[in-house]
Design a protein around this ligand. Sequence first.
Ligand code: AMP
Ligand code: GLY
Length: 420
Amino acid sequence: MKVLIVGGGGREHALAWKFSLSPRVKKIFCAPGNAGIAALAECVNIQSDNVPAILDLVRSEKIDLTVVGPEAPLVAGLVDALEHEGYPVFGPRRKAAEIEGSKVLAKEIMLKYDIPTAWYGVFDNAEQAASYIKKIGGPCVVKADGLAAGKGVIVAEDVDTALASVDLIMKQRAFGAAGDRIIVEECLRGEEASILAFTDGEHVIPMLPAQDHKRVYDDDRGPNTGGMGAYAPAPVMTAALQKEALEKILIPTVRGMAAEGRPYRGILYAGLMITDRGPYVLEYNARFGDPEAQPILMMLESDLADVLEALLAGELNQVDLRWNSGASVCVVLSSGGYPGNYRKGDIITGLHDMPENVMAFHAGTGLKGNQVVTAGGRVLGITALAENIPAAINLAYQGVSKVHYEGMHYRKDIGKKALK
Ligand code: AMP
Ligand code: GLY
């Protein structure tokens, strides 16, 4: 089987690695890929949201299965375009991916199908948003409706910060058209967790719960990023909470999307706040999380090609997802300055000195001659598999200690919350 992976981050490197272990996968392509993926796959220089060029590639290489990593091509309708020509593709169609592409749509679905989430108001007018904020007071959360690379959410501790956020999103248009509409919502308190599930539109199979680390500095300080590290399983999601999330959130969402004429097939990711009233949805993603995919895929024992094939046949109920025992921890190494401005082109050393059971998944890396260099904000995800979380934390940081490049930054507390 020939597999094409669309994307070029750490998540896609983990996908390529996982497919490379499948005896059924004979060749892997990746568009556009990165320096690490290039060791496992043929990287083709096509940007992940270039739908016509990807379609051409699938036709010319006769790809048997296309797997879409990031959200932009999903929202741009890549899955619809491939399906239209009869090519097997894993990911939700455009109308289903809108559950990530529009936070307003996500809220409407949750309200209509009684899925627990923060109360909220929707505004396309900055003055009306401001008077609502003054009425409800702080703290509250201000969110741009559209895609903003994980940066369109501001948790405002007081009214002034919330008003400044409205100004930033609607008047200064910091996220462009993604901020034409905003949501102002209740600030929830608790611990966060991510629950991802495979679904064929009918059956829903949850994966191991994971926890992301969104802020750039230790102890959850500093601005939000795409994610500075993750681990799985996340002990905060007890068996009882996992059951509650499946029954009250994941299944009703999949059913609700079908009832809305947006049948959902692919990965449904619910970002949760575990409140004292139970799990509440903060957001949905229509794909694997990055970096959550890295530890989840290291924990997955089943052959991913088998799972996706059953899913595309609508036979996910035939699949018995098998997991490794123990735990996996991923520490993201970023460029200095990320999520603000950062340098590119610094030489990375130590990548071949990883201990056993540690993968150095590449994110923003490139090749300069035959040297691997930094090429993005998040550079690497050092991901370890061990018998429990403390051992996996130790092993991941042993891997981190081997790597060096100018300006390297990482959090030193990944996984710490799991030890409480
Ligand atoms: P989102 O992209 O919607 O997941 O938001 C990014 C981050 O903002 C989340 O991971 C939370 O840390 C925070 N957040 C979003 N919504 C809320 C909320 N209603 N209450 C508290 N924190 C929130
Ligand atoms: N790590 C969060 C995300 O992938 O959106």
